[in-house]
Design a protein. Structure first.
Lengths: 281, 435
């Protein structure tokens, strides 16, 4: 009995050691970035270790003001874009999802399939025509090209996620409301929306993280430094063809990771619930 | 179920209206002020580079706007790779910046596809280029048309770390050395210091090979850029030279070289080898990463050979063919290249300035990496520097990558020199003739 017990403890300890080791390997790049942000530039690439001999905060001071505008400006711009995208996705995708899940209309399956196929279009395919449209409208260097498409339910992934979720809700609820005289608008607003909070939360969190990390479209549309977002600003620290301020970039990367970290910390619960209940794994 | 039959259409109409309305609203709200009735114009200026360059150019452009109140300058700046992603999209959308920094890597592509405006009518008149070094004046000419005003002058060099050399117990290489003497010296260092090497491995670097080719009396490309101009034996000798360097400790083995293709990871920055091949202005980038003071030296020579190096511009100011204000854009370029105040503000952030006047004016401290770069460029005489080759042909980037890959394959032993050179020649034919 005790022999067996001891063996079980040993196995469990072994598992923990292994898991901790793997976790450390996964975390190493992140930790290295944090440590490097506290080192002078010329030490960064000659030291692979995580040991800090002395803490040097100058990267944070320099990096914050290095790009012409204080870094808070870029954080604010990124937040504006992210909030716009979240609102856009929540409103438009839930409406589109309601239509696909609850309305009967001709060629519904066909349209649904077409909508799903747009998930597979890489950004590089649509960016040029999209750019031409927005540049003709003189909307480059504003957040409109980044936010407006979200208001038109172009993120098919979220439409799909919500459709799956709504399909899981009992139709009896809709029908009861209809008998009481509710139309589609009312059913959508009063019945479906409140019930799909987990899917909405998932959408909001994913939209935040994806928008926060999106680089390519923000690079293309935002050329004036005063409307730069965090990813675009971060990239101007680094240039493979000339000198790069690695220390400052690492420092500001740490700063820009904080919002994502916080969102994930608080949103993790909803994220798991939202995904687990929609049948998407 | 049937109750919902009529409604979808109404829904669709509403949705469509809402979408259209939001588009319209957005269009009215966000449009920029382009009321240019009073003769004032807006110029977009784009460039790639690092942070110090951004700051310097923005300061110079601010100054320009103060002196020319009817010109408003918008900037578009990014790191090299990002800039060209953006420029490609903008060019496709026919709204490229009026003035753009153009790299030799993309020059033939953009100029050859009429994305850049020929400047022949403007150069010499609006844009004064008389003061530029003779060797670089024609660097931005493609098929007899002038597409780019040179920003800098570059040449090849060896970058040396004298302190590391002292630790390894060796003398610095002499500027007079031939490739054979260089190899002897490098191998001696490698053999005396296990884990260290005398030189970086240049076997996979087409641009270092170009020096070797020219010393052997040829050029990389034919004049029209549609084929290779040198003999296969020249290439095979080059790869054999580096094979023997690796075999005898003069240059690092393949796995180290494969892992050292950026400034940060280069064998010089990592302290593994005291000598590496660079373009002259790169001393500034390497110095920023290195605690030891670094020095520049000319490339080794070939006994009885021609001068292999050249002076050339690799970056230009160009005007997009879609620019509505080419005349004003040209005035701005003239300011950036010739105005004493602009020269002072930009300093060496674009590289070594391509005119004697600018270099004299900057009067850089010779102990700084900037000063060393200028002194190096000025020290190169006719015994070192031959006439500059034409612009890089289209497909150059592909050949650059292929050359590196083949160099690596040889070093790793997955192909032999004969097969690799055969492959390079057949691929080059395909790539260069494809345009």
């Amino acid at each position: 009995m005790t022999e067996r017990h001891r063996r079980r403890v040993a196995v469990r300890a072994g598992k923990h050691v292994l898991l901790t080791a793997v976790a450390l390997v996964m975390l190493y790049p992140l930790l290295w970035m944090v440590v490097s942000s506290l080192r002078p530039d010329e030490q960064i690439f000659t030291q692979a270790g995580l040991l800090l001999t002395d803490v040097d905060l100058s990267n944070y001071e320099d990096g914050w003001d290095a790009l012409g505008q204080p870094f808070s400006r870029y954080v604010l711009n990124s937040l504006l874009v992210a909030v716009g995208c979240i609102v856009g996705n929540l409103v438009s995708c839930s409406m589109a999802a309601y239509a696909f899940a609850r309305l009967e209309f001709r060629r519904r399956r066909l349209f649904f399939a077409i909508m799903l196929m747009t998930i597979m279009l890489p950004i590089h395919v649509i960016i040029v025509p999209q750019y031409i449209v927005f540049s003709q409208l003189e909307l480059t260097n504003t957040f409109v090209p980044l936010v407006l498409p979200k208001l038109l339910a172009t993120d098919a992934f979220f439409v799909f996620l919500m459709v799956q979720f709504i399909r899981g809700l009992p139709r009896e609820l809709d029908e009861a409301a209809r008998i009481d005289g509710a139309g589609h608008a009312r059913i959508y607003l009063r019945i479906i929306l409140p019930l799909m909070t987990p899917a909405l939360a998932t959408t909001a969190i994913f939209t935040f993280i994806w928008t926060w990390n999106d680089f390519f479209s923000q690079l293309i549309y935002l050329t004036d430094p005063s409307v730069y977002t965090v990813p675009v600003a971060l990239r101007s620290f680094v240039d493979s063809a000339s000198s790069s301020s690695w220390g400052a970039m690492f420092a500001m990367s740490v700063v820009s990771l904080l919002p994502v970290f916080v969102v994930f910390l608080f949103g993790q619960r909803y994220l798991v619930r939202g995904i687990a209940t929609t049948g998407i794994k | 179920m049937s109750t919902g039959k009529l409604r979808p259409r109404r829904w669709l109409t509403h949705a469509a209206t809402a979408a259209a309305a939001s588009l319209l609203l957005a269009a009215c709200g966000g449009g920029s002020d382009n009321a240019e009735g009073d003769g004032s114009i807006t110029l977009r200026v784009g460039w790639y580079g690092g942070d110090p360059l951004h700051a310097a150019l923005e300061e110079a452009l601010d100054q320009y706007q103060q002196d020319n109140p009817d010109v408003t300058v918008e900037v578009s700046r990014a790191a090299f790779a990002d800039y060209f992603d953006r420029l490609a999209t903008e060019t496709a959308g026919r709204s490229g910046p009026d003035v753009t920094r153009m790299s030799m890597s993309y020059f033939a592509d953009y100029a050859g596809r009429s994305a850049l405006q020929p400047l022949d009518d403007l150069v010499g008149d609006t844009i004064v280029v008389d003061g530029l070094d003779e060797d670089v004046q024609e660097s931005g000419v493609l098929n007899d048309e002038y597409f780019g005003v040179p920003q800098s002058v570059i040449s090849h060099a060896l970058l040396i770390d004298p302190e590391l050399l002292a630790t390894l117990g060796a003398e610095p290489p002499s500027p007079e050395w031939t490739w054979d003497q260089y190899a002897e010296w490098a191998k001696a260092i490698g053999q005396a210091n296990p884990g260290f090497y005398g030189s970086s491995d240049m076997g996979g670097q087409l641009q270092a090979f170009e020096v070797w080719v020219r010393q052997h009396g040829s050029e990389l490309f034919t004049e029209d850029g549609t084929g290779l101009a040198f003999d296969r034996s020249v290439l095979e000798d080059w790869w054999t030279y580096w094979q023997s360097m690796r075999d005898e400790g003069g240059a690092p083995p393949a796995d180290i070289t494969a892992d050292s293709d950026t400034f940060e990871t280069s064998v010089l920055t990592q302290g593994l080898a005291p000598s590496t091949y660079v373009f002259v202005q790169q001393i500034m980038f390497f110095q920023a990463l290195n605690e030891h003071p670094l020095e520049l030296q000319p490339m080794p020579t070939t006994e009885g050979g021609d001068p292999g190096q050249f002076l050339k511009a690799l970056d230009f100011w160009s005007i997009s063919s879609t620019s509505e204000h080419p005349e004003e854009a040209a005035e701005l370029i003239d300011y950036l290249v010739n105005d004493p105040q602009a020269i002072q503000t930009i300093g060496l952030n674009l590289g070594v300035p391509p005119s004697q006047e600018a270099r004299d004016q900057l009067d850089t401290d010779p102990a700084t990496p900037e000063g060393k770069a200028i002194a190096y460029v000025e020290s190169l005489g006719d015994d070192r520097v031959g006439p500059p080759p034409g612009p890089w042909p289209r497909g150059y980037g592909e050949l650059l990558a292929l050359f590196t890959k083949l160099g690596e394959d040889i070093a790793f032993g997955s192909t032999d020199i004969g097969a690799a050179s055969e492959q390079f020649f057949s691929e080059a034919d395909r790539v260069l003739e494809g345009f």
